[in-house]
Structures are given as structure tokens and as C-alpha cells.
Design a protein around this ligand. Structure first.
Ligand SMILES: Nc1ncnc2c1ncn2[C@@H]1O[C@H](COP(=O)(O)OP(=O)(O)OP(=O)(O)O)[C@@H](O)[C@H]1O
Ligand SMILES: [Mg+2]
Ligand SMILES: [Zn+2]
Length: 502
């Protein structure tokens, strides 16, 4: 019996775990036996690994080969184990030294000719290796830019199986990643470009400051899409750990920009209304991939023309909105991806969407039903609704419009105030605070709450609507630099909430 050992990483969502690979060459009928919960793609490894080894100039041991992946109870998926499997077989066959292999984590798919192909999720694999105390990791060369982001590991890139073998023997070197850098990202479009729409601009600022979900309703060509795209520019940059987590999600999705994998710009993701559920919340065949909601983690998910999304699609957003993550069930287990996003929806008031409401030809029942499609679980979580009016002039009248930089500074100050207030509870924005906590921890004088009571009494507000208005009122206070909202802010907040669609 000849035994050799190698290491690789199995991914579950964006979490990885080190996998020990043992190769045993023994007597018995020639063949390869893969044990330890491999999935279908991993079963195909046997053929790829064999061809890659043979086409790299080595003879394949014509004996009984057992490849064991452990921990055996963990399901293992994908093609990223190829390189480790090949090296383990060769080491067991006496090609290449065993000791260095036992100290190295190997990640990569093998092509039949012995080239090493990139795989998705190298970044989270490396993070897992680092957490598990690994020192040296070999990855496909093409993924070196993404690997550069991970610190504290000796990372090497390889293009062919033979390069790795030579390196293990100490006969060659493998390149390390270049320096890592943070991608500044294209500057967000400028808020000053938006003419008029004072209400909607304020709603945008409040949404940015309080982390509130936002619905923009208005006729076509009034700036709904323009405004939504400008929200990212008002938000603070991502914290380093959030940027790393987002990069890990993008890596698993195969969407990491090679230009600079780490970006501190909050993501802006705008799925089309014809998207599939898998594209929106994640899934797909084989390994479940993250969807738009996870790619929008710590940033904005923008549903343009929101009523055009099927009820089915809109419903699928409910769980991620509630839980801040998506759990995708699979026949062989489930994976979860983080999905804490800020929802922004844009809608026309009705399907015919004339420039001026008075020209609408929709029957009133159709008008009512149109926006009602968004209702229920989704709209329940939207604290802010703003109405856009048809533009009267494209040149701003009166005061010059404020720039992104000016508003962002106000937003930053407001966010800091809110974060300080909620720090002991573990929240950072007003939108996260549950109604009861908001009312109990920071009670407001009766005089301030009067507009809410009146709304409740007249049946214009529900209890939930009142809580939402209260959250927005706190954000208005934070923006104004006040320690708590006054009655006018509560009034303003109710107005945001109650803007009727039709
Ligand atoms: N408030 C505005 N200020 C400046 N330009 C505007 C404004 N509104 C619309 N525009 C111009 O019209 C174009 C379309 O605007 P935008 O896409 O934001 O409209 P919309 O409200 O999303 O319309 P639709 O309902 O058709 O999607 C913009 O690219 C811009 O040139
Ligand atoms: Mg639009
Ligand atoms: Zn209409």
C-alpha cells in the first residue's frame, strides 16, 4: 500500500472548509474509486485527472487507486479538487515528493492536456484556507489577481500540472500574486444633474441616511431611473470586511472584475423584470450560485419598472428582505448567501404611462391594480415613497441643485448620529430598528406624536405604517442635526409614507 496526502477546499456558499485528500494505490482490479460524498462533477474528475496526468507525460498507475476525501460526511462539489487529486495520485505513484504536498493546499480544475483551469470561488477558498491555518496555496494563474486580496498566505499561481510538480520538487518557482489594490470604481453619476424633483431628491437623501427602502412613482422620463442610480454616490464606502465579503460572493458567482477584485463602492444591481428566480435570488443547476440579491449585498437592489416583475419574482424577495440572507435548498443539502441590500423600486403610475396623468387612458380598476401588484410583503417594508411630477423646465429655477458631495456629507453625519444611538443594540441604521424598540427606548413627547395618533384614529395609518413613519422621522432629525424629531418631521414622514400611487 502506498499512500499520499494532499489538501484542497470545499465551498458551501461563501464558506469553505479544508478537505484532506488521500490517495492509496493497492492491489486489486485496476480502477479509480472516489469516496467521501463527491457530487457528479467531482466524479468526472477521475477521467479528467487521468487524461491530464497521462498528457503531462506520466504513466497512470494501472492498479487499484482509492481517492478518499475527508471529512467524509461533508458533501463536496465541483471541479476544483482536480489538481489536488492528480498530485496525490502521482505522489502515491512515486512521482514527486510527498512531504511538501502534505503542507500545500491545491485549487484548480485540470484540462485534459494538463493545463490548470480557473474555478469559481477561489477567493472564499483562500479565506477558508487562511482561517484553517494553511500556509501555502497553489491556485490557477488566472485567479492570482483575486488571490492577491488575501493576506497572510504564501499564494502561488500555476498554469500546468507539471509546473506544480516541479515546484513541489523544488526544481522550479511559481509566481506569487502582484500587489493588491482597491478599485476606486467609476464615479457614481452626479446628483446635480437631476433637475427639480425636490420631494424625490429629499426621499433619496433620507433613504441614504436611514437605510430605508424606497419606491419612486412617476410618469416616464421624469428622472426615476436617474435618481436611483445616484443613490450609490450618497452612501458611505464599504467597510473592508464587507468589501471582502462582497468580493467573495462575486467570486462564487464568477463576476469578479479582473481589473481590481476588491471594490469599496457599494454595489448597484438592477435585475431585469424578465430575470429568472435563480438570477434574482440565486440557484441554478449544480452548485447553487448567488443571485442579484446577494450581488447587491451591502448595496442597492434596483427594480426598475417594478410592477412589470411577476408576482412570483416579487414574492421571492420576501425572505431575503426579512432575513438578510438567502438559503438555497439542494437535493444534497443547502447553502446560504448573504443578501443585505437596500431595495429601490421605480414605477409608472399606470400601464399606459402618459407624460401627464391627465392623459391616462387606463380604466381606474387597472390603475389601482397596477401598483397594488407591489403591495403586501414587499411594500410593507418600504418606509419611503416619493412621487415625481412631470418636469416643467429642464433648467433649474431658483437655487442651484445640490451636488452628490454636498448631500453625501449630510448623509454621513446623519448616519454617524444614528449609528451612535443604536450602537449598543447592534444596529447601524434607523431602518433596521424594530418599531417597539423605537417607541420604548426613545419615547417622544405626546405633542410630537400627535400627527401619528391622528392618522391612526382616522384610519389613514396602520400601526405598522406609524412605525415606518417614526423611523423616517428619526432619519429626518439625524439629517437636520437634531437629537430627536419634532412634530413637523413626523408630519413630513407621514407624507412620504402616505403618498398614494394614483
Ligand atoms: N429630473 C430630470 N432632470 C434632468 N434630466 C431628466 C430628468 N428627468 C428625466 N431626464 C432626462 O430624461 C432621461 C430619462 O430619465 P429617466 O430614465 O430617469 O426617466 P424615468 O422616470 O426612469 O422614465 P421611465 O419611466 O421611462 O423609465 C434622462 O436620461 C434625462 O436625460
Ligand atoms: Mg426609468
Ligand atoms: Zn394609464
Amino acid at each position: 500500500m502506498v499512500l499520499a496526502k494532499a489538501w484542497s477546499v470545499a465551498l458551501y456558499g461563501v464558506d469553505g472548509q479544508l478537505v484532506e485528500i488521500e490517495a492509496d494505490i493497492g492491489d486489486g482490479l485496476p480502477g479509480v474509486h472516489l469516496v467521501g460524498l463527491p457530487d457528479a462533477a467531482l466524479h468526472e474528475s477521475k477521467d479528467r485527472v487521468r487524461s491530464a496526468v497521462v498528457n503531462s507525460g506520466w504513466s497512470w498507475p494501472n492498479r487499484r487507486i482509492t481517492l478518499a476525501l475527508s471529512p467524509a460526511t461533508l458533501r463536496k462539489a465541483g471541479s476544483g479538487f482536480d489538481l489536488a487529486l492528480a498530485c496525490a495520485v502521482l505522489a502515491a505513484a512515486g512521482v514527486g515528493p510527498r512531504a511538501p504536498l502534505e503542507r500545500t493546499v491545491l485549487i484548480g480544475e485540470l484540462a485534459l492536456d494538463g493545463r490548470i483551469r480557473p474555478v469559481r470561488g477561489v477567493l472564499p477558498c483562500l479565506l477558508a484556507a487562511q482561517r484553517s491555518g494553511a500556509r501555502t496555496v497553489v491556485v490557477p494563474s488566472e485567479t492570482l489577481p483575486e488571490a492577491a486580496v488575501v493576506e497572510g498566505l504564501d499564494i502561488r499561481g500555476a498554469e500546468r500540472l507539471n509546473e506544480v510538480l516541479a515546484w513541489l520538487r523544488g526544481a522550479a518557482t511559481l509566481p506569487a500574486p502582484g500587489p493588491s489594490w482597491v478599485e476606486p470604481g467609476a464615479p457614481a453619476p452626479e446628483l446635480a444633474d437631476v433637475v427639480g424633483q425636490d420631494d424625490a431628491r429629499l426621499a433619496l437623501e433620507v433613504a441614504a441616511a436611514g437605510g430605508h427602502h424606497l419606491l419612486l412613482v412617476g410618469p416616464p422620463g421624469t428622472g426615476k431611473t436617474m435618481l436611483a442610480q445616484r443613490l450609490v454616490g450618497l452612501l458611505p464606502l464599504l467597510r473592508p470586511d464587507d468589501a471582502l465579503q462582497l468580493a467573495a460572493i462575486r467570486s462564487v458567482a464568477g463576476r469578479l472584475p479582473m481589473s481590481g477584485p476588491l471594490s469599496t463602492t457599494p454595489p448597484f444591481v438592477a435585475p431585469h423584470h424578465t430575470s429568472s428566480i435563480a438570477a434574482l435570488v440565486g440557484g441554478g443547476s449544480g452548485t447553487a450560485r448567488p443571485g442579484a440579491v446577494s450581488l447587491a449585498h451591502r448595496g442597492i437592489l434596483f427594480l426598475d419598472e417594478a410592477p412589470e416583475f411577476s408576482t412570483h419574482l416579487l414574492e421571492s424577495l420576501r425572505t431575503p428582505l426579512e432575513d438578510g440572507e438567502v438559503r438555497l435548498a439542494r437535493a444534497d443539502g443547502s447553502v446560504s448567501y448573504p443578501a443585505q441590500f437596500q431595495l429601490v423600486m421605480a414605477a409608472n403610475p399606470c400601464p399606459c404611462a402618459p407624460a401627464h396623468d391627465r392623459n391616462c387612458v387606463c380604466p381606474s380598476s387597472v390603475r389601482r391594480r397596477y401598483l397594488a401588484r407591489l403591495s403586501g410583503p414587499l411594500l410593507d417594508r418600504v418606509d419611503l415613497r416619493a412621487r415625481l411630477a412631470p418636469l416643467v423646465a429642464l433648467t433649474p429655477a431658483g437655487q442651484p441643485t445640490e451636488s452628490t458631495a454636498t448631500v453625501r456629507a449630510r448623509v454621513a453625519a446623519a448616519r454617524a448620529a444614528a449609528a451612535e444611538r443604536w450602537a449598543q443594540h447592534g444596529w447601524s441604521t434607523n431602518a433596521e430598528v424594530p418599531g417597539p424598540t423605537l417607541r420604548d427606548q426613545f419615547p417622544l413627547p405626546r405633542s410630537v406624536l400627535l400627527p401619528l395618533d391622528a392618522g391612526l384614529r382616522r384610519g389613514e395609518l396602520t400601526a405598522r405604517g406609524a412605525d415606518r413613519a417614526l423611523r423616517v422621522a428619526w432619519t429626518l432629525a439625524d439629517l437636520a442635526g437634531q437629537t430627536r424629531p419634532d412634530a413637523s418631521m413626523v408630519d413630513r414622514a407621514i407624507a412620504f409614507k402616505e403618498q398614494r400611487a394614483a
